[in-house]
Design a protein. Structure first.
Lengths: 218, 242
């Protein structure tokens, strides 16, 4: 499993683009927002938590179809399936690799971009915490979606249609926690619920992902 | 005889053929009686005026929108556990019906909302979760359409339906958390003191029965079509080999 994660990380960093692309996309979306809504400080500060969350969600979505598609095409996914590693572990390893290459950099970059959007002071810590708590859920849910569409030729668009509705609860609790922090309310309740979603997704979804992988490799 | 034998495709075609006209007839009867009764023979509400009458379309369609997904969930489970092909086909057949029910509920709600709330759309928890339900339906139908192999498609959509159900319920309660509601609470519950008045309640009940029958009829019809399509495909494959 470690070897699989290490291999995925190496592939992501070396094989051109996969690693930095999500981050660059995140940056571009955040830069585009002020052009769309105008440069007023108050407006931007008001919508910053939501924009940062939606943008990181889209950035995570962008790299999802790479999780299984390349391995499926060159046959290494079939090899992995015959390896002694259970499919559940493959699913978890893939999700973890996706998180390390996408979720973690997004989390670390978000406060920096929050600066661009005049995010109010108390929200920085919360933004970091919610993204840290929430992005693992985004990765595991996304891995499930990627496994569903792995055998399809035009899977990319379908993937977003399938995965984005599943992202709704995570987005709600994540953005709500930051917003409450901005308004000076206690963010504990949404934070707890966000953590619960992540814990449940990481614990349960690899089983669904593995089931789907087995069906697709039949 | 076990009830599962009814799911044998041949048996299924056999018993649904006579049921179908009754279901359609019953639906037509109930809807005609319920809607005519509701639209022309009930008083206007003292505050909402005649707009209250949209309830006869809105409530049954909203009810069926949710229950269609529930029926798809049950059918998916049966397919995953017992591998009855008709069950998978029934889930596939129900999805577009569910989409239409969701749309009817959303649109009638919007038409009612404009005079009553002063807006066609509000980001109210119930409205929002219905929109999300609509997106789930779209994803489900799109996945069915995208996969060529019938059994793989049935398996994958079933798993999607299971996972989607969990997330749909999660979203339903998450949006509660996210915004206060404009939509009124439940007023048809059996265990509550204050419910909708009987004048409106009786024709509404007839309309709900009509929608349920209509749903049954449409799903049976569409499932029969799917079974026939599957047979045609098998016959063509056999002819191509010969």
């Amino acid at each position: 499993m470690k070897a699989l994660i290490a291999r995925d990380l190496r592939l992501a960093v070396r094989a051109g683009g996969g690693f930095g692309l999500g981050l660059a996309f995140f940056l571009i979306v955040v830069v585009l927002v002020p052009f769309g809504v105008g440069p007023e400080r108050e407006v931007l500060a008001r919508i910053a938590p939501g924009i940062l969350w939606v943008a990181s969600l889209l950035a995570a979505l962008l790299s999802l179809d790479r999780i299984f598609a390349l391995d499926f095409e060159d046959g290494s996914l079939a090899l992995l399936a015959t390896a002694p590693l259970p499919a559940e572990s493959i699913a978890l390893a893939k999700a973890l690799a996706h998180w390390i290459t996408t979720g973690l950099p997004l989390t670390l970059a978000a406060p920096l971009l929050g600066f661009l959007l005049h995010l109010p002071g108390p929200a920085y810590g919360l933004l970091l915490v919610t993204l840290l708590l929430g992005t693992p859920a985004l990765s595991t849910i996304g891995t499930f979606g990627a496994a569903l569409t792995v055998g399809l030729r035009r899977g990319g668009l379908l993937l977003s249609l399938l995965v984005l509705p599943l992202y709704v609860p995570t987005l709600i609790f994540g953005a709500e926690a930051v917003r409450r922090g901005v308004d000076g309310l206690s963010p504990t309740a949404p934070l707890m619920l966000l953590a619960a979603i992540t814990a449940a997704s990481v614990a349960l979804l690899p089983f669904a992902t593995a089931t789907v992988l087995r069906i697709n490799l039949r | 005889m076990s009830m599962w034998e009814l799911a044998n495709p041949k048996r299924f075609m056999g018993w649904t053929a006579p049921v179908l006209p009754w279901a359609f007839g019953g639906a037509a009867l109930c809807l005609t009686v319920g809607l005519v009764w509701g639209f022309f023979f009930t008083p206007d509400d003292f505050r909402q005026g005649s707009t209250v009458k949209i309830i006869y379309l809105h409530v049954p369609s909203a009810l069926m929108a949710i229950n269609t997904w529930f029926m798809m969930l049950v059918a998916s489970l049966i397919w995953l556990v017992r591998r009855h092909h008709v069950s998978a086909l029934a889930a596939k057949a129900a999805a577009p019906v569910g989409i239409v029910m969701t749309l009817i509920a959303l649109f009638t709600g919007a038409i009612w909302g404009q005079p009553m709330w002063g807006t066609y759309w509000a980001w109210d928890p119930r409205l929002t979760s219905f929109l999300i339900l609509f997106l789930f339906y779209l994803g489900y139908v799109a996945l069915w359409a995208a996969i060529d192999d019938a059994d793989t498609a049935a398996d994958l959509t079933s798993v999607l339906c299971l996972v989607g159900s969990v997330f749909a319920i999660l979203s339903r309660y998450a949006v509660n958390f996210w915004n206060q509601g404009l939509h009124q609470g439940a007023s048809l519950s059996l265990d509550k003191e204050e419910n909708v008045a009987d004048v409106f309640w009786l024709p509404l009940l007839v309309c709900i029965a009509g929608f349920v029958l209509l749903f049954i009829a449409l799903v049976l019809l569409r499932t029969r079509t799917e079974v026939r399509a599957r047979r045609t495909k098998a016959l063509m494959a056999r002819a191509a080999r010969a």
